[in-house]
Design a protein around this ligand. Structure first.
Ligand SMILES: [Zn+2]
Length: 294
């Protein structure tokens, strides 16, 4: 674990530096407003070394917003992500959305306006996919495709021991509660959780949280699945009572937008995620009735 260092630059978006004997990699980088803290944290750890890779778990702004600043600091670093993430970041409308959410987050977390945010630098240089292994010298990173939060979601397994599960599997809050993270597909998310569980990791670094302690490791994957089921049942129940998507969102927000969530996620991001989950549950309604798990 001493080869994995938390270099998170600010609330809402974690970043971890992985130190191989020859090369170094960053797993996610957090939001744009975190960039200057993030860079100084990385520099402190790297000392005279350079940053070789920036691995992205998916293309959402809270995981990749700091890339333009990292690319300015380390122009030779290579951004690696799923092929679908690469395509998304080639679209100007996606870049505009990321910029606007990044601005809102900067305001929420009390940072100044984003200075010199250049989204021409926000792209995936090379795509990676399921089963790919990155060798950092005495340390390997295995790529595991885990769709369900987005179509571009990737998990990373370090040295067959420490797993960075993607947000597809959910994310833990300080209370130990797991929030669901499926947006594009509930059934894919369940499959992805099983895929992560099968790697049998010794350590889990939960998205937006960090290292999971030993006692929370015990029921971790079961809790991820329960979180999906709870949300899904909540949405289906309201839908069967005649609530439309907007009304379900209002009810969802009343229950699930708790104090913890307010601290950790901007309102717009929370709503976008919730809207995605509601749409997906309603879309998969007929199909999933026939599936035992989801
Ligand atoms: Zn996300």
């Amino acid at each position: 674990m001493d080869k994995i260092v938390d270099v998170t630059g600010g609330k809402g978006g974690n970043a971890f530096l992985i130190l191989g004997e020859e090369k170094t990699a960053l797993v996610d980088c957090g939001m744009a407003y975190c960039a200057s803290n993030l860079i100084s944290n990385i520099k402190q750890v790297l000392n005279t070394r350079t940053l070789n890779y920036i691995l992205i778990s998916h293309s959402h702004y809270d995981h990749i917003g700091a890339i333009p600043y990292l690319k300015k600091e380390w122009p030779n670093s290579e951004v690696l992500g799923a092929e679908y993430a690469k395509q998304i970041l080639n679209r100007q409308n996606a870049l505009n959305t990321i910029k606007s959410l990044s601005m809102q987050a900067a305001e929420l977390y009390g940072a100044d306006d984003l200075i010199e945010y250049d989204d021409a630098l926000l792209k995936v240089d090379n795509s990676i996919g399921d089963g790919d292994i990155l060798d950092l010298g005495g340390l390997s990173i295995k790529v595991i495709e885990t769709q369900g939060h987005t179509k571009c979601s990737l998990s990373f397994l370090i040295n067959n021991e420490t797993l960075f599960p993607s947000e597809t599997t959910g994310y833990m809050s300080k209370s130990g509660k797991i929030y669901p993270g499926f947006i594009t597909s509930c059934s894919d998310a369940i499959d992805s959780i099983h895929k992560c569980q099968a790697t049998n990791p010794r350590f889990i670094i939960s998205p937006h949280f960090g290292l999971v302690n030993e006692s929370d490791m015990l029921g971790y994957w079961t809790n991820c699945i329960s979180a999906i089921k709870e949300t899904k049942n909540f949405i289906l129940h309201l839908s069967e009572q005649g609530y439309n998507e907007e009304e379900i969102l209002t009810e969802y927000e009343k229950i699930f937008r708790d104090e913890q969530s307010r601290l950790e996620q901007p309102t717009n991001a929370f709503r976008l995620n919730a809207q995605g989950m509601i749409k997906t549950v309603l879309k998969e309604k007929i199909y999933t009735r026939n599936r035992p798990f989801c």
